[in-house]
Design a protein. Structure first.
Length: 233
């Protein structure tokens, strides 16, 4: 049986998660955003990579709080496989995993504001509307590298997956979004794993998909078993 592990927001603390993951001998690992690595990610995850375990992640909102965190993930994406899966569907140990990281922000797009119509559908559209002094590296401001744009969801249209990983939560969390329920249904997934809210829980969507919130620095397996409780700040 395939063992995939889904890791809650590390916020720069990887040691206990790496140790627990190695003990579970998984076929793959997915981090659910807010990695915030203070040193190169390949060094933080070296024991996993040396064991030949595929590692994937989606970015969270806090990964764009600092340039060095964002740059660290960008560098690691060329060194770690599958790497950043935001806006993609990848196969990990035979399981199709769809990634949708980052967070909704009303200045860009919020599914429950303005009838769900985005102010800017794409990063290129926002960049074109910004004066040069407000751009970061000729693109959107730094913080909006942690923002969901509609183009990210568009990238998943027409694709199928077994699992959806998100940073934001679907409607099963009090601060979640029914819009993500629809994304899960369109992809045809059997399970959704999300971070961001720092709590462990399990629930179900009307279509039958199971939802697992994963606590901060916690780990939940594909079958729903909690490998590492997490929840410590």
């Amino acid at each position: 049986m395939t063992t995939l592990l889904f890791c809650g927001d590390p916020h720069g603390v990887f040691g206990p998660m790496v140790d627990a993951a190695l003990g579970a001998a998984p076929d793959g690992i997915v981090f659910l955003g807010d990695l915030c690595p203070d040193r190169p990610l390949e060094r933080e995850l070296a024991p996993l990579l040396e064991a030949g375990i595929p590692v994937a992640w989606i970015p969270g909102n806090h990964d764009a709080d600092r340039e060095d965190w964002l740059d660290g993930l960008a560098r690691a994406d060329g060194l770690i496989t599958p790497g950043d899966i935001h806006g993609r569907v990848v196969k990990i140990a035979g399981v199709r995993v769809a990634g949708l990281g980052k967070v909704f922000r009303g200045r860009i797009w919020h599914p429950e504001v303005n009838g769900g119509r985005p102010r800017f559908r794409s990063r290129a559209e926002m960049t074109a509307a910004l004066p040069h002094h407000q751009r970061w590296r000729k693109g959107v401001p730094l913080r909006h590298h942690g923002t969901l744009f509609h183009e990210d969801v568009d990238a998943l249209r027409g694709l199928r997956a077994d699992v959806l990983v998100t940073h934001e939560a679907p409607s099963t969390h009090p601060n979640g979004f029914a819009f993500l329920d629809g994304v899960a249904a369109e992809l045809g997934v059997q399970a959704v794993f999300h971070g961001h809210h720092h709590v462990h829980y399990a629930a179900g969507l009307p279509g039958g998909a199971r939802v697992h919130g994963v606590g901060i620095r916690g780990i939940t397996a594909l079958d729903g078993d909690i490998v590492l409780p997490g929840g410590f700040e």
